[in-house]
Design a protein around this ligand. Structure first.
Ligand SMILES: Cc1cc2nc3c(=O)[nH]c(=O)nc-3n(C[C@H](O)[C@H](O)[C@H](O)COP(=O)(O)O)c2cc1C
Length: 212
């Protein structure tokens, strides 16, 4: 096998092994209920790989009649949590007046949160992680609130373990928040848009939304 075919076959094998969470169970979980869905993206690439997954997921979900609010973290004014604990003392509010003020009402009210991220050093991108860390100010309003979540992620690497750290992080966040995992789409072997467009990951993202 020459080098080109080896790389091609390796990527196809890796892509084929990707887990598409519990997407099939969604029909039973959600029935015909029209949901509010909050999609939080974490890439600075408006036309990148993860943006494509977000676009396709949203298309499917909206066609099914769900209400979607999209928050592109990389294009919002945000600050990282500095654990000043102002949110727990005194006025009991975050010191930052930034885009979280727009996001929070949606977060409190949503039925599902979809985290869409490129893999950065085997975890969430810093852009989306900053939003997750800022949940801290309002944990009491979102813990055990019967929410579902999904994870859509893209990576250049295509090893079996490439997304392991991200998935453990995601699942522990859900465990802490008491939210249910409604599915994961792990698009490994997708460094750039031109590559992911040739895979069936965009279609799978669409179907995840459409099957809710
Ligand atoms: C800072 C940085 C860190 C990255 N870390 C990883 C990594 O740990 N593993 C991996 O497979 N790909 C990694 N990548 C590649 C991206 O995950 C990949 O190119 C992805 O498709 C980019 O998504 P986007 O187009 O939505 O921004 C990294 C890219 C950047 C810029």
């Amino acid at each position: 096998m020459n080098r080109r075919n080896f790389i091609k076959n390796t990527l196809i094998t890796a892509a084929g092994a990707v887990v598409v969470g519990s997407a099939l169970a969604n029909t039973k979980i959600f029935g015909d209920k029209k949901m509010k869905i909050l999609v939080i993206t974490g890439s600075p690439h408006k036309k990148g790989t993860s943006a494509l997954l977000a676009d396709e997921f949203i298309k499917g979900a909206q066609e099914k009649g769900h209400e979607v609010f999209r928050f592109d973290a990389a294009f919002e004014e945000l600050h990282p949590c500095i654990v000043c604990e102002s949110c727990k003392t005194g006025e009991k509010r975050c010191i930052y007046k930034d885009a979280m003020e727009k996001l929070n009402p949606k977060l409190f009210d949503t039925d599902m949160v979809v985290f869409v991220t490129p893999l950065y050093y085997f975890g969430f991108s810093s852009q989306i992680k900053m939003v997750i860390d800022r949940f801290h100010a309002n944990n009491h309003k979102i813990i055990n609130t019967d929410k579902k979540a999904m994870l859509l992620a893209t990576s250049a690497g295509a090893n079996g373990w490439t997304m392991e750290g991200l998935v453990v992080n995601y699942k522990n966040i859900l465990r802490f928040l008491g939210w249910k995992n409604a599915g994961t789409l792990l698009a490994t072997g997708c460094p750039v848009r031109e590559v992911i467009e040739k895979t069936d990951f965009p279609k799978k993202a669409y179907e995840l939304g459409k099957n809710l």
